[in-house]
Design a binder for this molecule. Structure first.
Ligand SMILES: *Cc1c(COP(=O)(O)O)cnc(C)c1O
Length: 334
């Protein structure tokens, strides 16, 4: 089996999901251009249906199932953006979807998944207990588990963002991509580098629990403790059995930059007051990297703004200038 996803796979995914996901706008940011001296643009993927790009991969994965698999349904464990995207993609395709989660998951997350059309199954007191139920549904009921990043159809679906971006701005020089498990950056980099090898692709993670960054340093997938962060959709490891995204990120991404909590909060504030956009912490890390001067000579640069699913009370506190510290809380998950 091939361990990489090609631009042909991504072009096919684009045809598959066309009309089922939004093409999101890319807009100039005079404010960020002024701050950095570059020519900065924002790809507003937080305006995607379900509030994040995860819908692209999930839609491609669901539509790529065989008829038999579709009839048996899909399962997931994510209570975050992947769970929402998968729930919506499945319900649009008329495919049954169960998202398993522990009883510790807050009600607003449960409601978010249900609102997109999935069944929620509450099992045990940890994510591991929820995983046991997923394994049972796969083994006993023939359902298909759709993982959040390390899967060819997911990577190809996320990569459609890269092709869309090239249509909108063929002369782009630098692209900033939020990085967690690496499904997004693997697909986007595969598309961009195949069409325009000179484009610089930079991954951005938070300092607190930068799993892919630590794995790249170690030269292999390693366990990285998950820590509470404003960029909660970037939490979690890349999986010790990682089959695709570690190698693709290592081979295709030029650099990984880390941002701290204060820089993330500042970027959320900037997005709101200067760009008039509501974005979640994970969606703001590219802006954070630019504002903190961590991107050398950005040139003609596109910042991928990946999601908007932030608790609006938390958002309100941040944009009001409150000194918000989430690092004592229990973390979320992607
Ligand atoms: C999942 C997610 C990411 C990271 O994507 P990976 O494929 O895991 O690297 C970035 N931003 C948001 C909003 C997400 O939901």
């Amino acid at each position: 089996m091939s361990t990489t996803i090609t631009v042909q796979d991504i072009a096919a995914a684009r045809g598959c999901i066309r009309g089922r996901v939004r093409e999101t706008m890319t807009v100039a940011s005079p404010a960020l251009s002024e701050i950095t001296g570059g020519d900065i643009h924002l790809k507003l993927e937080q305006m995607q249906i379900t509030g994040s790009f995860k819908l692209r991969g999930a839609t491609n994965a669901v539509l790529s199932l065989t008829d038999e698999q579709k009839a048996a349904g899909v399962v997931g464990v994510s209570t975050g953006n992947h769970g929402r995207g998968l729930a919506y993609a499945a319900s649009q395709a008329g495919v049954r979807c169960i998202v398993a989660m522990s009883e510790l998951v807050p009600q607003n997350k449960i409601d978010g998944i249900k609102a997109q059309g999935a069944e929620v199954r509450i099992i045990g007191r940890s994510q591991d207990d929820a995983q046991v139920e997923v394994d049972r549904l796969v083994a006993e009921e023939g359902m298909t588990m759709i993982p959040p990043f390390d899967h060819p159809d997911i990577i190809a679906g996320q990569g459609t963002l890269g092709l869309e971006l090239l249509d909108q701005m063929p002369e782009v020089e630098t692209v900033l991509v939020p990085l967690s498990g690496g499904g997004l950056i693997s697909g986007v980099a595969a598309a961009l580098k195949a069409r325009r090898p000179g484009i610089r692709v930079i991954g951005i993670s938070m300092e607190r629990g930068a799993a892919m960054y630590e794995c790249l340093q170690a030269g292999k997938p390693v366990l990285v403790p998950e820590l509470a962060t404003l960029a909660d959709s970037l939490g979690g490891g890349i999986g010790l059995e990682n089959a695709y995204t570690f190698a693709m990120t290592r081979d295709l991404v030029d650099e990984v930059v880390l941002v701290n909590e204060a820089e993330i909060a500042q970027a959320i504030r900037h997005a709101y007051w200067q760009e008039r956009q509501v974005i979640e912490g994970s969606g703001s890390v590219g802006i954070a990297a630019l504002m903190s001067g961590k991107i050398e000579t950005p040139g003609k640069c596109v910042v991928l703004v990946s999601g908007q699913n932030i608790d609006m009370k938390l958002h309100h506190r941040i944009i009001s200038g409150e000194d918000v510290d989430v690092t004592q809380a229990t973390s979320g998950e992607g």
